[in-house]
Design a protein around this ligand. Structure first.
Ligand SMILES: Cc1cc2nc3c(=O)[nH]c(=O)nc-3n(C[C@H](O)[C@H](O)[C@H](O)COP(=O)(O)OP(=O)(O)OC[C@H]3O[C@@H](n4cnc5c(N)ncnc54)[C@H](O)[C@@H]3O)c2cc1C
Length: 307
């Protein structure tokens, strides 16, 4: 089926203004690279999400949920399915007492800022992680010694049978940059984070300190997806990459950042292939020199990916 055909058929289930056929994924991912998706569907409510899922299943199409695309690269061949974006109700952030209730499509830095305004401490680490709450829970995103699993109290999900379930931390298999959502076909709908009362000035000082640290250490002037590899048990991925002499290594338009070797940046109109090939080169070199296996932190989407 072509993107236009999907868009036509999908318009029975979703208002046409929320259906976008043949979309360049470079516009939906922070790497600013990659091929087209056949169709992007934006859903504002659980009802719309259910309708789109009914449609994709009926037509045997694959789908992926995409947050802000800050930890994702789409191959140049594109994605032969429907990319579902959670907007509208899913972007809500509500603070009740010391609980922060977020839709899965809500901005994590916004949730961190709003929490700070309400004198709630615990999300400062997340103020510079530029994704959605859903993406962050899936990746168990973290920084400065804290991670999502430290604050997540419960998560509402949709399972593949269409049932809504509430999961608690012990059911989410949280580990370093890992959760149950990396292997189970659950769609995260909403999360409740539990924070602690704190001092607004102290919280804001911490956020400011982390922001400055990111600015001074990370190559934020180029499109990127954060750290490209997980830290292996042997140490820091960036240190192995630096020691292997790969700082400033180019492949096509992609470069291993010389400011922070854990980042690959889109320095000069890189294709997704440039980035993925450079990742392979880094992995092979580090393995050759140190017998250390680097595992990607980012999700790679290509033909045949998705549910
Ligand atoms: C400049 C920069 C700095 C960064 N710093 C950090 C950092 O300090 N720490 C860190 O951990 N990461 C960091 N990242 C990476 C990234 O921001 C995080 O991993 C973030 O949590 C990803 O969220 P997202 O919405 O962009 O996810 P996406 O890239 O959109 O998606 C990531 C994965 O989650 C899945 N997903 C998204 N939403 C849902 C949902 N509702 N239900 C089920 N699955 C879902 C997607 O299918 C995909 O597999 C950084 C990235 C950048 C660009």
């Amino acid at each position: 089926m072509t993107g236009q055909e999907i868009a036509f058929l999908l318009s029975e289930y979703l208002e046409p203004e929320y259906i976008h056929p043949d979309q360049p994924m470079s516009e939906y991912t922070s790497f600013r690279a990659g091929g087209n998706a056949l169709c992007v569907a934006e859903v504002r409510t659980i009802g719309e999400l259910r309708r789109v899922l009914t449609f994709v299943r009926k037509r045997s199409l694959s789908y992926v949920i995409l947050g802000f695309g800050t930890n994702t690269i789409v191959e140049d061949e594109g994605y032969d399915g429907v990319v579902i974006k959670l907007i509208g109700d899913f972007s809500n952030i509500d603070i009740r007492g010391n609980q922060v209730i977020c839709g899965a499509g809500a901005s994590l830095p916004k949730a961190a800022r709003m929490s700070a305004e309400m004198w709630l401490a615990g999300l400062e680490f997340a103020s510079g992680i530029p994704g959605t709450v859903g993406g962050a829970i899936r990746q168990n995103a973290g920084a400065f010694g804290s991670q999502m699993s430290d604050v997540v109290k419960r998560v509402k999900v949709l399972n593949s049978a269409g049932e809504e379930l509430v999961l608690h931390p012990h059911e989410m298999d949280f580990d370093y940059r890992h959760s149950i959502f990396c292997y189970k076909k659950y769609i995260i709908l909403e999360a409740v984070m539990e924070l602690k009362k704190g001092d607004k000035n102290v919280i804001n000082e911490k956020i400011e300190k982390y922001t400055q640290e990111r600015k001074s250490k990370q190559p934020l002037n180029y499109p990127n997806a954060g750290c490209i590899f997980k830290n292996p048990k042997e140490g820091f991925a960036a240190k192995f990459i630096q020691d292997a002499g790969l700082a400033g290594e180019w492949l096509g338009g992609a470069m291993v950042s010389d400011k922070h070797c854990g980042f690959i940046v889109n320095a000069d109109d890189a294709t997704a292939t440039d980035i993925i090939d450079l990742m392979d080169k880094v992995r092979r070199t580090v393995y050759r020199d140190y017998s250390v296996r680097l595992e990607p932190e980012i999700t790679i989407i290509g033909p045949g990916s998705g549910h």
